[in-house]
Design a protein around this ligand. Structure first.
Ligand SMILES: *Cc1c(COP(=O)(O)O)cnc(C)c1O
Length: 413
């Protein structure tokens, strides 16, 4: 697993316990065991300027504080998380810190919204985006070296650096495992290489959750989450968060949130903390199911390829075993054609054909149905977000749908 930075405080409890006990109200006879849902847009000030923790609801509200404290602790940050109105709002706030003339190194395969947001923001803000295969460590490091060389050349010719505060010139974006191909990045090597070159690193930790990997411990500067997915866990809220241990970066992100106003509603944040209490048992069951289903799929006639880091034959298996505490619950498999894949998603009765992931219910989706999905994603690829139902029910439904769509029958197990 991850090695801890000795400078970081050691949490008092294991993460499973932190999930349950973090951010409870102070104990007193008759007191509530859960934080209340506080609904107030403004807060009383006793001096001319209200300089208490809470003044106005766009800057900070007690409705966010328990969730932000719990998530900061789970990601091993010395500072509370910053909650945003969606995962993409959190991601856009981070990308907004890349300076004009700077570079964003981005995985070719990543959450589609992150890729689109990077393209759109880079065009307006004047930074460049370099696409890399995040599983190809040498190629990523070569891209980081190019940035260092280009920066030196720019300084020689112009004499001034257009560095922004927080992110001096470049940001390496890591998603691991990636959406939807499940590639695994060598996080330790990539983060170390970026740090040696003064390049900041952000990790989208949505698929893994802090239970499977804590990138700040490996030296990452920033972690982002789509809280919508595993953390909240019930497909009933859209929410995001950024976590950093760097006070200057956090201040910049707080300004982004306060000044652009991509804030979260009190009820959504309350639901997310409520959902997070059960993350460890949800993830454990979903992950066990994903392992069994991926093994059955890899033996199934009609299935061309299965990607799941928990399969010993998967290209990401060794890395994932070394750096993660589990393999997660997203599985991708391919059948020969787009038509077969669509037919499978239409034939299932228990699985729900829908986008998104990380809820208790199992979802199935042909990714290339989205016009903006990278063309390197196979037409016949189906992404599974494996839920917590009984695995035999999930398999029976999927197996029957594969038979119906491909005409290939399985062996029943
Ligand atoms: C869903 C998702 C996002 C975007 O989050 P929203 O909450 O939908 O805005 C970002 N990254 C990953 C890996 C996701 O799965």
């Amino acid at each position: 697993m991850t090695t801890r930075d000795p400078a970081r405080p050691t949490p008092a409890f294991a993460p499973e316990t932190v999930l349950v006990e973090a951010a409870r109200p102070p104990r007193a006879t008759g007191a509530s065991v859960n934080p209340p849902i506080e609904l107030s847009s403004t807060f009383i000030g006793t001096t001319e300027v209200n300089d208490s923790a809470y003044a106005y609801g766009r800057f900070a509200t007690p409705a966010w504080t328990p969730f932000e404290a719990a998530l900061g602790e789970l990601e091993h940050a010395a500072l509370p998380a910053l909650v945003f109105g969606s995962g993409l709002a959190a991601i856009a706030a981070v990308l907004a810190l890349v300076p004009r003339g700077g570079t964003l190194v981005m995985p070719t395969h990543a959450y589609q919204g992150s890729l689109q947001s990077a393209q759109e923001l880079s065009a307006r803000a004047g930074f460049s985006v370099v696409s890399v295969d995040i599983a190809d460590t040498d190629a990523v490091i070569a891209a980081l070296d190019d940035i260092v060389t280009d920066d030196a050349a720019a300084r020689d010719s112009s004499g001034d650096v257009t560095a922004g505060p927080g992110i001096a010139s470049a940001l390496l974006w890591i998603e691991s495992p990636t959406n939807p191909m499940l590639e695994v990045a060598d996080m330790l090597a990539l983060i170390a290489a970026a740090r040696e070159r003064d390049i900041r690193v952000a990790v989208d930790n949505t698929f893994a959750t802090p239970l499977l990997q804590t990138p700040l411990d490996l030296g990452a500067d920033l972690v982002v989450h789509s809280v919508t997915k595993y953390l909240a866990g019930h497909s009933d809220v859209v929410l995001g968060a950024v976590i950093t241990g760097d006070p200057a970066l956090r201040e910049l992100l707080l300004t982004e949130r306060s000044m652009r106003g991509a804030i979260a509603g009190p009820f959504e944040v309350w639901l997310a903390l409520r959902g997070m209490r059960t993350l460890s048992v949800r993830l454990e069951r979903a992950q066990d199911n994903a392992q069994i289903l991926s093994e059955r799929l890899s033996r199934r006639a009609g299935v061309a390829e299965v990607r799941y880091p928990g399969l010993p034959a998967d290209p990401g298996h060794a890395r994932a075993s070394a750096q993660m505490a589990g393999f997660g619950a997203i599985v991708a498999f391919t059948v020969d054609t787009a038509e077969q894949a669509t037919a499978i998603a239409e034939a299932v009765r228990l699985w729900t054909p829908a986008t998104s992931l990380g809820g208790v219910e199992s979802l199935i989706e042909r990714r290339r149905r989205h016009a903006s999905e990278p063309t390197s994603v196979p037409e016949g690829l189906l992404r599974l977000s494996v839920g917590i139902e009984h695995v035999d029910d999930l398999w029976a439904d999927l197996d029957a749908a594969i038979t119906a769509a491909t005409g290939e029958t399985g062996d029943g197990v």
